[in-house]
Design a protein around this ligand. Structure first.
Ligand SMILES: N[C@@H](CCC(=O)N[C@@H](CS)C(=O)NCC(=O)O)C(=O)O
Length: 428
């Protein structure tokens, strides 16, 4: 079966088409490493490193995409073999098993910190769809559980395919996009094939303490099998959803640390909360716990001050939080109860997920008391905890029994008019 794609991002055509130049500029501005590594068990921050080389490349490629998009609706998608195949597969003892009784033929293991906002985002997605997974809680000090991986952050997902391959998927947004693509393509394209469409940039860094960092230019994009599967309204909704998913990572997330570590008292309170929900009793010795809670609380207070400066936040960080929430309620919930109107989108799940990371902190309580977010939050919580998305997957499994021999994947990026169809390819 020959399949085509809508305007997309591919291995040779990274970054956000129309928005790519803007992305490049924003990424320079966001050049940061927020997370305190050893003590990042609570870890409310993120890091991203881009070099000028990347940005120039991104700009050039983006410019080319921009021109291409004004002429083509369907573009050729290139996939490359995925360097994240893991062999031999690590066989850790899971900290817990989330079994929702739905067999997708794949086995998922999530490496995480329980209260890391990005891990909470990945979990919100998995829980909403009722996709079973094993959890491996990573010790944020020793990090032995991820020693085998060259990507050193969490969340990190291992997916074992029915063919016995194990694929590593990095970054919360990329995890969500790859799995959403798997669902949208009716689970007929294997995860390792989908992963080929999500390339990465690797930056080895410079100097004595150089650390390799990674970026994933297609991470906010859902891929489609062919034109027929994406209506104009879906493409539009995906654009809107993508905008707010990006906003979660570039705006809301930066307000969390300065708030939960806003004073030393709040900082220690936050670590006590992380200790409880992270089940640190099982992971850390009592001595490690003491060090992580008190030293971590102290260090993160200092880190939060730095983050506040870096992101140019007002001294009144609570107001910054309330205003951020207001940007969402006013800008994203203007069509209904959720970002998709009546339906939950990945943007809702992303924000809900990162919000749950500090649910037990004073900042969360203040946020819900001083904004209109509560109704939305409770509605998404109900959907996630009730695994309401599982219905969507069950419908696909029950109704879609056709075979797919191959095809390309592409991304619905914009409402650009079709001028000519330029390509189709077959998945290897
Ligand atoms: N963009 C990444 C950010 C992940 C991230 O920063 N994770 C932190 C924990 S919250 C981490 O693993 N930091 C470890 C380190 O920087 O060494 C995502 O969305 O997954």
């Amino acid at each position: 079966m020959a399949l085509t794609a809508l305007p997309f991002l591919s291995r040779s055509n990274y970054l956000c088409s129309r928005t790519s130049l803007r992305c490049g500029a924003k990424l320079i501005k966001n050049n940061k490493t927020d997370c305190c590594r050893a003590l990042s068990a609570g870890c409310h921050g993120y890091s991203s490193r881009w070099t000028a080389k990347h940005v120039i490349f991104a700009g050039a490629v983006g410019g080319a995409s921009l021109v291409a998009l004004t002429r083509h609706k369907l573009l050729k998608v290139h996939a490359e073999s995925n360097p994240w195949e893991v062999s031999p597969r690590p066989e850790p003892t899971p900290s817990r098993v989330m079994n929702y009784g739905l067999d997708l033929g794949i086995k998922i293991t999530l490496y995480q910190y329980q209260t890391c906002p990005f891990c909470c985002k990945a979990r919100a997605f998995l829980d909403y769809y009722g996709i079973s997974y094993d959890v491996v809680e990573v010790n944020s000090v020793k990090r032995t559980e991820v020693k085998w991986s060259k990507y050193k952050k969490v969340p990190l997902l291992l997916v074992q395919t029915p063919e016995g391959k194990t694929v590593q998927i990095n970054d919360s947004s990329q995890i969500v996009s790859v799995l959403q693509t798997f669902i949208d393509t009716k689970m007929k394209i294997t995860i390792d094939q989908i992963a080929n469409y999500y390339p990465h940039f690797e930056d080895k860094g410079e100097g004595m303490f150089a650390r390799t960092t990674f970026d994933f230019p297609n991470k906010y994009f859902i891929m489609y099998l062919d034109e027929g599967t994406v209506s104009k309204s879906t493409a539009k909704l995906r654009n809107f959803e993508r905008k707010w998913r990006m906003w979660v990572d570039s705006d809301f997330v930066h307000r969390i640390s300065p708030n939960i570590y806003g004073t030393f008292a709040e900082s220690f309170q936050a670590f006590k909360y992380f200790e409880k929900v992270g089940n640190w009793e099982k992971i850390f010795s009592w001595w490690d716990r003491l060090v992580v809670c008190y030293l971590g609380g102290f260090v993160m207070r200092l880190v939060a001050m730095n983050l506040k400066r870096k992101h140019e936040l007002d001294d009144d960080v609570r107001m910054e939080l309330y205003h951020s929430v207001q940007r969402f309620t006013k800008g994203a919930l203007n069509r209904g109860a959720f970002t998709g109107g009546d339906s939950i989108t990945l943007a809702d799940l992303a924000l809900y997920g990162v919000m749950t990371s500090f649910e037990g902190c004073d900042a969360f309580r203040d946020m819900t008391e001083n904004s209109d977010i509560s109704t939305w939050f409770q509605a998404v919580k109900k959907a996630v905890e009730g695994h309401e998305g599982q219905r969507i997957i069950r419908t696909i499994l029950e109704t879609d029994v056709g075979e797919v021999e191959g095809g390309t994947l592409g991304v619905a990026v914009s409402e650009v008019e079709v001028v000519e169809e330029v390509g189709e390819a077959v998945l290897a």
